[in-house]
Design a protein around this ligand. Sequence first.
Ligand SMILES: Nc1nc2c(ncn2[C@@H]2O[C@H](COP(=O)(O)OP(=O)(O)OP(=O)(O)O)[C@@H](O)[C@H]2O)c(=O)[nH]1
Ligand SMILES: [Mg+2]
Length: 345
Amino acid sequence: MAAVAGPGAAAMSDPEGIRSLAERCGAGERAALARAISVVEDRRPGFRKLLARVAGRGRRAHRTGITGPPGAGKSTLAAALAGHWRRDGEEVAIVAVDPTSPRSGGALLGDRVRMAPLQLDRGVFIRSMATRGAGGGLAEAVHDVIDLMEGSGFGRILLETVGVGQTELGVAAAADTVVLALTPEAGDEVQAMKAGLAEVADIFVVNKADRPGARALARQLRDAVGLGRRRAGHGGDSTAPGWVPPVLTAVATTDEGIDAVADAIEEHRRSLAGSGALEARRITRAEARIRAEVRAALEAHLGRVAGGDGFREAARNVAGGGATVYEAARRLLAGGSILSGGEDR
Ligand SMILES: Nc1nc2c(ncn2[C@@H]2O[C@H](COP(=O)(O)OP(=O)(O)OP(=O)(O)O)[C@@H](O)[C@H]2O)c(=O)[nH]1
Ligand SMILES: [Mg+2]
């Protein structure tokens, strides 16, 4: 566990502190949610209890992932979509994940400007996450943060992640609907990705359609989508059956085409829910997270029972004829409970 400085850190480890923080989140207190996210992000003591109290309460949120190459307009699109949903009276939480850039005071620098108008709106909550030193596991933390947002009453969650390669897929897996944002300059990338495209995205948005080449890219994408679907056959159990990823064009800076993007997201959501694929996605997601947590617990256990000189000492004993390899291994395995280490596992 990383050392935690700052006010409130000690209070967070006591159950009362966690309980009241959870209650305040549930009551829609934004400052409490911001604090809860920090507790979870930093894996501070009590974070699992906090999640147990906040996550899974209230109605389920729809999770939209926006991914795409750097500078494609993901943040601008996210802001435009948030604006759209706000006009419908929905509350929107945005989490921007950037595995590469350092952050400053909770917001990625550029997004301060991009999302400035939204910052004043109580119905919008924005959080940036970047790779931290301790803990690693950014993808796990992203899932947890989204759960907190959902448990705090947000019906719409937008997850922005950079990239179109393998790196971002772990985080994109946190979404129910994946929007892939590309720009007219992306022609070469599309050539390179081609058949894999249909599996990554549920909806394509050719953003910056005010620039030349947008229509040509959209055409190219529609071809690639068709090709990918023929190769992949008819999606897995977590794809809405019969869903053909639409290719839309937009100018996120002027809201042009944003209504159509929002409509497509809604249609995809309905299609997922209607076919049972939404539940399948949730189950797949939960299983991956449980496996990761169990694996982490096993590794931590191994570190406790056999950390330091544990293996060495057992080996000396075996070498000296004091035990067989099997007896030594069993002794190490039996040394304490797997559940004994984490304060609140
Ligand atoms: N011309 C034009 N510019 C756009 C459009 N959408 C976004 N931009 C601009 O493109 C730049 C990048 O936009 P962002 O929304 O920050 O892109 P991003 O994909 O979030 O970028 P990263 O998070 O850094 O990867 C900004 O200067 C935007 O104003 C558009 O539709 N047309
Ligand atoms: Mg961005």
